[in-house]
Design a protein around this ligand. Structure first.
Ligand code: UD1
Ligand code: CA
Length: 461
């Protein structure tokens, strides 16, 4: 079995009409090139070289922390054969077989790669080409075979004779090749063809010329080898990836009310009996537990959410940790650093940031809780604000267990409210409050009876 892979990705992707190199465009939560990388790793390949040219540094940076990835630079894109030749040093350390993949073919699955490798090992060929049968082969390299099914050569569209153009078995651009042969063969490829490029596909002719056998393994679902060249194809590929994720979630016990309108990025984990309503977006490696309800139009990124959590419509959660039996929203905004312990309730139009809220506490309406620690069983009244920013620095508010905060209270941080205290509605808290204390900072109300009539401020109708 192959233990090394070369992934060709030096092309700019002109048809993307983008500043960003094609293979770094994101598809369902990861750059396009991340997909062939993941598929290769999935079949046990742990030495992977990416052949890059345009914006090589961006690719290098993305994979910087991954020890299995090395970057090979192909400064000028002289063709797929030249691209592989640039990986000469990498190939020098390979024995056995090398898998060759394309950076812009993201739908290839582990299953197909595994079948290709098994086929290759079973047939003992020098090269096995992953092919597809397509109704319209235009633009692809055509696979020309002998009567026994061995491949004789691959002919590119522009070089093919009319008879060869009739062939509907096409080259996917994915191969399994004996490394020793490949090293030698790519050094001999010429560019005497219609595009004056060094064609990797010429290794087939070289192999058969030397008496080596080359075979094809045909993919079951041709969509897997679809290349992404423009943003229309990118959206189509995104749709396929989304469907795969949603189907695997549904089969594992997640209810997705409308899979066509549910967006779960790669790497998210969702537990059984959780229900996703339409237009929910879940990404950034979010983990959601069992029995949760995610209402419509909820966006969750980089969060850890435990069991039986109900997130109501229109809520946005980023980088937050939510324990079991919490309810959130509608229209709540949990910003990074929010930690909600069990049975917390965060209601509508509540924003939290770097806020730790202990078990059983509630902030039901129209509140900002930033840079704060809220103890257990605290009630935060409507319109409460932690005034955490003095224009230069952020300060902390601490509200201890059992505190009752009335409506429209401002905490001018830094400030601490002791256990079981009561902060009266409308209070602006500027100094610490000891435990078991009533704090109130309202000016006493004055009623001037008859005043309005006297001033004739009310016009009789
Ligand atoms: C190639 C195959 C063709 C096959 C098709 C499948 C050759 C000669 N032809 O054609 O038989 O049907 O793929 O999609 O190989 N690349 C580099 N450096 C280069 C040129 C290309 O890294 O100098 C990379 C590209 O970024 C891309 C891949 O190789 O990921 C394929 O290149 P592309 O130019 O798209 O090849 P095609 O002409 O489509
Ligand atoms: Ca192509």
């Amino acid at each position: 079995m192959a233990t090394a892979a070369l992934i060709l990705a030096a092309g700019k992707g002109t048809r993307m009409k983008s500043e960003l190199v094609k293979v770094m465009h994101h598809l369902e939560g990861r750059p396009m090139i991340g997909y062939p990388v993941a598929a290769a790793k999935g079949v046990g390949v742990h030495r992977i070289a990416l052949v890059v040219g345009h914006q090589a540094d961006r690719v290098r940076e993305y994979f910087a922390a991954d020890p299995t990835i090395s970057i090979v630079l192909q400064e000028e894109q002289l063709g797929t054969g030249h691209a592989v030749a640039c990986g000469g040093e990498f190939l020098a350390d390979c024995d056995g077989d090398v898998l060759i993949l394309c950076g812009d073919v993201p739908l290839i699955t582990q299953g197909t790669l595994r079948s290709l490798l098994t086929f290759h090992a079973g047939h003992g060929g020098t090269v096995t080409v992953l092919t597809a049968r397509v109704p319209d082969p235009f633009g692809y390299g055509r696979v020309v075979k002998d009567a026994t099914g061995r491949i004789l050569r691959i002919v590119e569209q522009k070089d093919a004779t009319p008879a060869e153009r009739e062939v509907t078995e096409v080259n996917s651009g994915i191969y399994c090749v004996n490394a020793t042969f490949l090293r030698d063969a790519v050094a001999r490829i010429g560019n005497d063809n219609a595009q004056k490029e060094y064609y990797l596909t010429d290794i087939i002719g070289l192999a058969t010329g030397q008496g080596h056998a080359c075979y094809s393994y045909t993919v079951g679902d041709q969509a897997e080898v679809m290349g992404v060249n423009d943003r229309v194809q990118m959206a189509a590929a995104g749709g396929v990836l989304r469907r795969r994720v949603n189907e695997s979630l549904m089969l594992s016990g997640v209810t997705i009310v409308d899979p066509g309108a549910t967006y779960v990025e790669q790497g998210s984990v969702i537990g059984r009996d959780t229900i996703l309503h339409p237009n929910s977006f879940i990404g950034g490696g979010t983990v959601i537990g069992e029995g949760c309800i995610i209402d419509s139009s909820v966006s969750i990124t980089k969060c850890r959410i435990a069991d039986r959590v109900h997130i109501k419509a229109g809520s946005v959660l980023e980088d937050a940790t939510v324990q079991s039996d919490v309810t959130i929203g509608p229209m709540a905004h949990l910003r990074p650093g929010t930690i909600l312990k069990e049975h917390v309730k965060i209601g509508n139009f509540v924003e939290t940031k770097k806020a730790v809220i202990e078990e059983g506490s509630k902030a039901s309406h129209l509140t900002y809780l930033g840079d704060c620690f809220v103890g257990k069983d605290v009630n935060i009244g409507c319109g409460t604000i932690t005034c955490n920013y003095d224009g230069k620095k952020k300060h902390i508010t601490v509200i201890e267990d059992g505190v009752f905060v009335g409506s429209d209270v401002q905490f001018v941080a830094p400030v601490t409210v002791g256990k079981n205290s009561l902060v009266a509605a409308g209070t602006t808290v500027t100094v610490d409050i000891p435990p078991d204390t009533l704090a109130l900072s309202r000016t006493p109300q004055v009623n001037k009876e008859g005043w309005v009539k006297k001033k004739q401020l009310i016009v009789d109708s």
